[in-house]
Design a protein around this ligand. Structure first.
Ligand SMILES: Cc1cc2nc3c(=O)[nH]c(=O)nc-3n(C[C@H](O)[C@H](O)[C@H](O)COP(=O)(O)O)c2cc1C
Length: 227
């Protein structure tokens, strides 16, 4: 690999004080570091965000709240993402969705996204399934490997939650390798194509001809929402 060290924004979507999701994301961040990636951790408990305001949907960089401007900058600087969520009512958490609603296609388009989740009683993968659809809506590429944990995968050590289940740790290592590889391959292809690969899709490449035939809807920001 070259000296290229991409940044990945990891978002922990739990506001619990001792969050398993946070530890899952932190463990993945450490694994990414070993794979030539610079992790940038966004803990939504430590960084509470206001309810997303549609006025700033396409320009969160101009939001009056500094925390929103900052996450938009961090998302723009990221070459990939990790989205982590607790299982809430068979899906992902509202705080994570609110965070994503501050961001948009321009932050995610063409970037690989890894999904991880934590459920209290079983390894419930529904948050990851549901997040795949959300990521697609923002033109990100949700990668196939994912990691799902449950309480028995963790132990308290010196008052701190740590992952002790070896199979889970192996999956985290594999996920970090996969995400890193995807980002580095994309970078090499983009460099070979002189940036062509990373260029945004041509506006109007799909013209809406009818609700049944065209799966895209044009947006003012030059991207298209995929239905
Ligand atoms: C609002 C809410 C809804 C929940 N819904 C589910 C659920 O549908 N299925 C489930 O297994 N656990 C559910 N839980 C339990 C959480 O998944 C569990 O507490 C988990 O440890 C939270 O992860 P965290 O420690 O990262 O916050 C729910 C918890 C809350 C607060």
């Amino acid at each position: 690999m070259s000296g290229y060290r991409p940044r990945v924004l990891l978002i922990s979507g739990s506001v619990a004080q001792t969050a398993h999701t946070r530890m899952l994301v932190v463990t993945l961040a450490a694994a990414l570091k070993l794979n030539n990636v610079e992790p940038d951790l966004l803990d939504l408990r430590a960084t509470p965000l206001p309810i997303a305001d549609p006025v700033y949907h396409e320009a969160p960089e101009g939001h009056p709240e500094p925390a929103v401007r900052e996450i938009a900058e961090r998302a723009s600087a990221a070459s990939g993402f990790v989205l982590g969520s607790p299982v809430y009512h068979n899906s992902y958490s509202g705080v994570l969705k609110n965070c994503l609603d501050h961001l948009g296609i321009k932050h995610f388009a063409g970037k690989p996204v890894a999904l991880v989740a934590h459920g209290g009683t079983i390894r419930n993968f529904q948050p990851c399934d549901h997040l795949r659809i959300v990521v697609r809506g923002m033109h990100g590429n949700a990668i196939v490997p994912q990691v799902v944990t449950t309480d028995s995968d963790y132990a308290l050590q010196a008052g701190r939650l740590v992952i002790v289940e070896r199979a889970v740790l192996r999956r985290i290592t594999a996920l970090a390798q996969h995400l890193s590889q995807q980002i580095h391959v994309l970078h090499e292809l983009a460099a070979r194509n002189n940036g062509g690969l990373a260029a945004p899709r041509r506006r109007g490449a799909h013209t809406k001809t009818g609700p049944d035939r065209d799966p895209t809807v044009a947006t003012a920001e030059g991207g298209e929402h995929i239905v």
